[in-house]
Write a protein that binds this ligand. Structure first.
Ligand code: NAD
Length: 499
């Protein structure tokens, strides 16, 4: 018999949330004793007081991570033992799935059934996948003359600072944690001040799973305090950052001003979705773009927010998008069946509404949406919004909105479509829709983006790298390539004397 769906509202009322940091294997208040209030964008309810981590708290967490690295309590374990611990961590995440899903939804507003099916599931899979990799990766021996042996080995880097955004709080943390821990590093994670709750629980679950104390620490706090202190720290070896391009720039400056720590930036996007008239199922393309654009309230780095459609099929395409978009109208994120939830906070809602005003001001034509909704709840919701008559130079086509706003732009030729798609400071993802195999390959090659989809937009898996060209970043999360970020490459020469 299937387990009945939880009563999420009742579960939310019963929650008691501990907002203290997690350092050296235990919960601790901020050294200053200061906290900040965290409320839910769903309805404004107060969730918890969160430790306001600052430089002394980061110092303590980095010292704890450094001590754990120095005595090799984690890196020194046999790979098979590290694998087992990380597998148990993944199991613990799944065992706590309802609680984690609820925390994620309350914290940042997404529909709880998606927190469960996507965020929790993907977090557990990420940790389990990197766990499996631990004892399956071999190093290299170089083809040298017989008089010498050259070993090329990967070693853990040391202390990794992870700074993550609020849109997929657990998944973004797991994309750093999985490879960093599997490689034997120790981690200090600074979650977003807008969504710190699941990161704190993940740290507890990791220790329950057997991860030694000090290997994984979490310091919540603001970017300009805890985030800056971590990125400037002289004893942090690398920063794995996911967030805005604006802060990514700062991360590079902080490294330059401190110890030249490695900086891996996973930044914003303004992904192009290019539909040619030879694609045979325009309705499928239109339904896909609506689903991908409005998933997670449009708060996805890879949301296909610039949609280029050949002029001969644009009306047909728009008619389907206009019919689809209202199906994503925001609902109660704890109902278990809302397609869209709340934006992360009032500031983000005001930003999104400001972009909608800019679209009107620049002369774009509103197809559907465009307004705040559900304001009576005390939460921050915006309707799924579609503009047409957009030019690629308008503000809504150039800047990342990070909300449920799609811009549709018509084109006449393949060359024009490629030029407009690439005319962006971002290069995270793109897609091409065509049933002409030559065109599909040609355009996929020409699009300057870290991931290009052909005739779909939904495929994703931990087995493939994720990251961007241009100002969308430099590192790659996910897949075995992520190990490159958290390991040093060492060459060891040995002389072999003749007999
Ligand atoms: P943000 O850059 O404002 O914040 C990200 C993190 O950086 C937060 O933890 C924040 O506290 C911290 N931070 C802010 N200012 C800082 C400073 N001066 N020094 C150190 N740390 C600081 O981004 P956000 O609003 O949380 O997230 C949205 C952005 O993240 C979007 O641009 C989105 O595209 C991007 N994102 C990218 C990917 C990817 O994989 N490329 C994935 C998810 C989100």
């Amino acid at each position: 018999m299937n387990k009945p769906a939880p009563d999420w509202h009742a579960a939310a009322s019963a929650l008691r949330i501990d907002g203290r940091a997690f350092v050296g294997g235990r919960r601790v208040a901020a050294a200053s004793g200061e906290t900040f209030a965290k409320s839910s964008p769903i309805d404004g309810r107060r969730l918890a007081d969160i430790a306001r981590g600052q430089a002394p708290d980061i110092d303590a967490a980095v010292a704890s991570a450094r001590a754990a690295f120095a005595d090799a309590r984690w890196a020194g374990k046999a790979p098979a033992a590290r694998k087992k611990t990380l597998q148990r961590f993944a199991e613990k995440i799944l065992a706590a799935k309802d609680e984690l899903a609820l925390l994620e939804s309350l914290d940042m507003g997404k529909p709880v059934q998606y927190s469960l099916a996507v965020d929790v599931a993907s977090t557990a899979r990420t940790i389990a996948w990197y766990a499996e990799a631990v004892d399956k990766i071999y190093d290299e021996i170089a083809p040298t003359p017989a008089s010498a042996l050259a070993l090329i080995t990967r070693e853990p880097m040391g202390v990794i600072g992870a700074v993550v955004p609020w849109n997929y709080p657990m998944i973004m943390a797991a994309w750093k944690l999985g490879p960093a821990l599997a490689a034997g590093n120790c981690v200090v994670l600074k979650p977003s001040e807008k969504s710190p709750l699941t990161a704190l629980r993940l740290a507890e679950l990791a220790v329950e799973a057997g991860l030694p104390e000090g290997v994984f620490n979490v310091v919540p706090g603001f970017g300009h305090e805890a985030g800056e202190a971590l990125a400037l720290h002289m004893d942090v070896d690398a920063i794995g950052f996911t967030g805005s391009t604006r802060v990514g720039r700062k991360m590079l400056e902080y490294a330059g001003r401190s110890n030249l720590k490695r900086v891996y930036n996973e930044l914003g996007g303004k992904s192009a979705f290019v539909v040619f008239d030879d694609f045979e199922d325009i309705a499928r393309a239109a339904k896909t773009v609506a689903g991908s654009m409005f998933f997670n309230q449009g708060e996805s780095c890879n949301a296909p927010s610039r949609v280029f459609v050949h002029e001969t099929v644009a009306d047909e395409f728009l008619a389907v998008v206009a019919a689809e978009a209202p199906k994503y109208a925001p609902g109660d994120p704890l109902s278990g069946h809302a397609e869209m939830g709340a934006l992360v906070d009032e500031t983000q809602m005001r930003t999104v509404l400001g972009y909608i005003d800019a679209g009107h001001g620049d002369g774009a034509k509103l197809v559907t949406g465009g307004k705040r909704s559900r304001s009576e709840t005390g939460g921050f919701y915006v309707e799924p919004t579609v503009f047409t008559g957009v030019s690629n130079q308008m503000k809504i086509a150039r800047e990342e909105i990070f909300g449920p706003v799609m811009s549709v732009i018509r084109f006449k030729t393949e060359a024009e479509a490629i030029a407009m798609a690439n005319d962006s400071s971002y290069g995270l993802q793109a897609s091409v829709w065509s049933h002409n195999i030559n065109r599909a390959h040609r355009v996929a090659r020409a699009l300057r983006a870290g991931t290009v989809h052909v005739n779909q937009y939904d495929e994703d898996d931990i087995t493939v790298p994720f990251g961007g060209y241009k100002q969308s970043g430099n590192g790659r999360d996910k897949s075995l390539h992520a190990f490159d970020k958290y390991t040093e490459l060492k060459t060891t020469w040995l002389r072999i004397d003749a007999a």
